[in-house]
Design a protein around this ligand. Structure first.
Ligand code: GDP
Ligand code: IMO
Ligand code: MG
Length: 466
């Protein structure tokens, strides 16, 4: 069976944990979007793994005793970094070496798409300079060079792909042209920021030297992953697709411009891997039992108050990649239902139910009060008497457009909370009845069954329902 796991909120929903659990039954785990902006945490026993580029299925390798022969492992046998992932080579080398240091060889186990793009030093510099220049209007990116790398991919002439590492002479000429251009742009467009950051001009020779070492390190893994995946499907292998970020951060369908630069919803899976969605048997959407967001942008259910702090403290809501405190708020069923609809999500995994324990009541946002903009006032046409104009209207379809989203006021349904600690509960029927009712209510408002419930960070702290 082929599965796709995708985030339904603004990222950090707990995808890593869900992928790790499901990977036990998969032959191949595939990352298909984003880059090292992702931080996927998997906790096995007392060990915590934080992955940025390798699919979370690789934790099954990391968790092996040293020098264990991978061939003895039933599943997963392989991890794939597919075409739409933007790879920061330094981060990937780090992750590969962590595995290699355990004496585990990844040959024939790890496949990196020849079409995946490289995040190079100038991308990270550009991300930093641009964010710095935006002042209070910054997006709040992870400064991992993601936006600039995807922009170069779309622009084509300044892009470097994994496959380019096969021909270093050709790459040398390409890099010289790119670096000349970037240095000119940086000094012309960001002179003050460059001075403040003490930024030196970028050297094409330095980058080429690094690329030589990347070619050595990644050479054995670079291949046509689209072909590999189609052949594997033909051989009856089971594939698990691992989404990064979340639906509301999708470049086209999220809260633009406060999004990432890739299609991080389920819609990104086919283009991101070369495998059509019709080959996926089940799309599993991951959401937290509340909502979090890192970086700027509208967030209708945000609780910038004691409730938000309570959730942040109990859920350890600090970014895996940047360490930034995550903004916290109530579960937003309008947003999650939208993500369910555009992702054709079959089932939900609801994580962090344990975190909400101790609250006397819990809220679910089921609609928005959308203030209607009185456009007529801006024109010469006189407005009708106010008695004929509704001051606001209630919407249940998520307005991804940020002008409308920033006007949206959450309408809540309040349900009773529970005090009991849930972290040792293994069976749905052993959950306090108020926690069970909370699950039923979310199923009702999103229209999808919740088949996986997280009650703690460990693999073992998971309740399965059919
Ligand atoms: P991802 O980016 O979607 O993989 O999520 P992150 O790893 O960035 O953030 C999720 C955090 O929540 C991690 O620290 C996980 O270990 C932790 N986590 C996952 N599921 C649960 C859960 O059900 N309860 C609690 N308390 N923590 C969880
Ligand atoms: P995972 O896979 C949460 C957010 C950043 C910022 C915006 C743009 O761990 O869920 P970028 O660096 O991508 O240009 O930043 O997107 N962001 C994430 N937030 N989880 C993530 O990944 C994220 N990846 C990017 O905080 O608001
Ligand atoms: Mg994360």
């Amino acid at each position: 069976m082929n599965l796709c796991v995708v985030g339904l909120q603004w990222g950090d929903e707990g995808k890593g944990k869900v992928v790790d659990i499901l990977s036990e039954h998969s032959d191949i785990v595939v990352r298909y979007s984003g880059g090292s902006n992702a931080g996927h945490t998997v906790v096995v026993g007392d060990t915590r793994f934080a992955l940025h580029l390798l699919p979370s299925g690789s934790v099954r390798w990391l968790g092996l005793p040293a020098r264990e022969d991978l061939a003895k492992m039933a599943k997963p046998q392989c991890c794939v970094i597919a075409n739409a992932v933007v790879v920061d080579p330094e981060v990937l080398i780090n992750e590969i070496e962590t595995i290699a240091n355990k004496g585990i060889t990844l040959k024939e186990r790890l496949f990196i798409s020849e079409n995946a793009h490289l995040v190079l030093d100038y991308h990270k510099k550009e991300d930093q300079l641009r964010e710095d220049s935006l002042g209070k209007n910054k997006i709040g990116t992870t400064i991992r060079g993601i936006g600039p790398c995807y922009a170069d991919k779309a622009g084509r002439s300044h892009a470097v792909r994994m496959g380019d590492l096969r021909n270093l002479n050709k790459l040398k000429m390409k890099l010289q042209a790119i670096v000349d251009y970037k240095n000119k742009v940086f000094t012309a467009v960001y002179p003050q920021e460059a001075l403040r950051l003490n930024a030196e001009p970028i050297s094409a020779d330095d980058i080429l030297e690094k690329c030589k070492s990347y070619a050595d390190k990644f050479g054995p893994f670079i291949t046509d992953t689209t072909r590999f995946l189609h052949e594997s499907i033909g051989d009856g292998k089971s594939i698990l697709f691992e989404g990064a970020q979340g639906t509301l951060l999708d470049l086209d369908h999220g809260t633009f411009p406060y999004v990432t630069s890739s299609n991080s919803s389920a819609l990104g899976m086919p283009a991101g891997s070369g495998v059509p969605a019709k080959f996926v048997d089940k799309f599993i959407g991951v959401a937290k039992a509340y909502t979090t967001r890192v970086g700027a942008g509208p967030f209708p259910t945000e609780q910038d108050n004691d409730i938000g702090q309570y959730i942040r403290d109990r859920g350890h809501e600090y970014g895996t990649t940047t360490g930034r405190p995550r903004r916290c708020g109530w579960f937003d069923a309008v947003a999650v239902s939208y993500a369910v609809r555009i992702g054709a999500i079959d089932e939900l995994a609801l994580m962090h139910l344990d975190t909400l324990a101790g609250l006397s009541e819990v809220k679910i946002c089921t609609a928005y009060n959308q203030k209607t903009e009185n456009r007529r006032q801006k024109t010469e046409v006189p407005s009708p008497p106010s008695v004929f104009r509704p001051p606001s209207s209630v919407v249940t379809w998520f307005p991804a457009n940020i002008d409308r989203l920033s006007q949206a006021q959450a309408i809540y349904e309040t349900v009773p909370g529970w005090d009991q600690d849930l972290t040792e509960v293994k069976d749905f029927h052993k959950l306090p009845s108020n926690a069970q009712n909370y699950i039923f209510r979310i199923e009702k408002v999103t229209g999808r069954p919740i088949t996986i419930i997280g009650v703690g960070p460990k693999r073992s702290q998971t309740i399965f329902r059919q």
